[in-house]
Design a protein around this ligand. Sequence first.
Ligand SMILES: C[S@@+](CC[C@H](N)C(=O)[O-])C[C@H]1O[C@@H](n2cnc3c(N)ncnc32)[C@H](O)[C@@H]1O
Length: 187
Amino acid sequence: MKLNIGCGRRKLAGWVNLDANPAVQPDILAAVPPIPLEDNTVGHLLMESSLEHIPHCKLWSFFDEVERVCKDGAVVEIVVPHYSSVHAHDPLHHTYWHSTSLNAMCINRNSETGERHSHLRLWLDKVELRVLMRTGIGIGSELGRRIGRLVDWPFNRGPVWQQACERLWPFGFDEVWFRARVVKGQR
Ligand SMILES: C[S@@+](CC[C@H](N)C(=O)[O-])C[C@H]1O[C@@H](n2cnc3c(N)ncnc32)[C@H](O)[C@@H]1O
């Protein structure tokens, strides 16, 4: 199953679209966590502009739920406003994200060497900083996505470079995109 959590009005064809708001008529009406699905049923989990709506005190139980419902090897894709974006600072947003925010919660090259604050079995595959996505150019059109990828390319040439750009880029990034994999086979 492909699960789109916090779908809002952007319900995706071929996905199970979940939202807490009855007005958007989701396939599953629920406020996460918990995620009202059986264990090991999700192969691809997407959250676009919705993780930041989950209160900080519920983040750990939310990620526990993600791990529970996902199959071994499932892809977890998360798009959140970058902390430097004006959109990050809405009153409805509880958490603020940058390119290394998930490092301490996921297994990755840093945590392999011991700096790991989590029991979660999420392997962080890829992180991208995005500049144009919330301006309207990035949303909806394939041309917009291509222009976005071109503009974002210089900022995403590796983690150290990303972190340097986050400190030096004066106008703010719009979004940060994370792709992780669930690795149930190993501890
Ligand atoms: C900014 S909208 C994003 C909608 C869509 N994914 C998009 O990219 O346009 C955030 C959505 O998350 C939903 N949401 C917020 N907290 C939620 C929760 N705890 N459980 C499920 N959905 C939630 C809201 O109802 C809202 O539809």
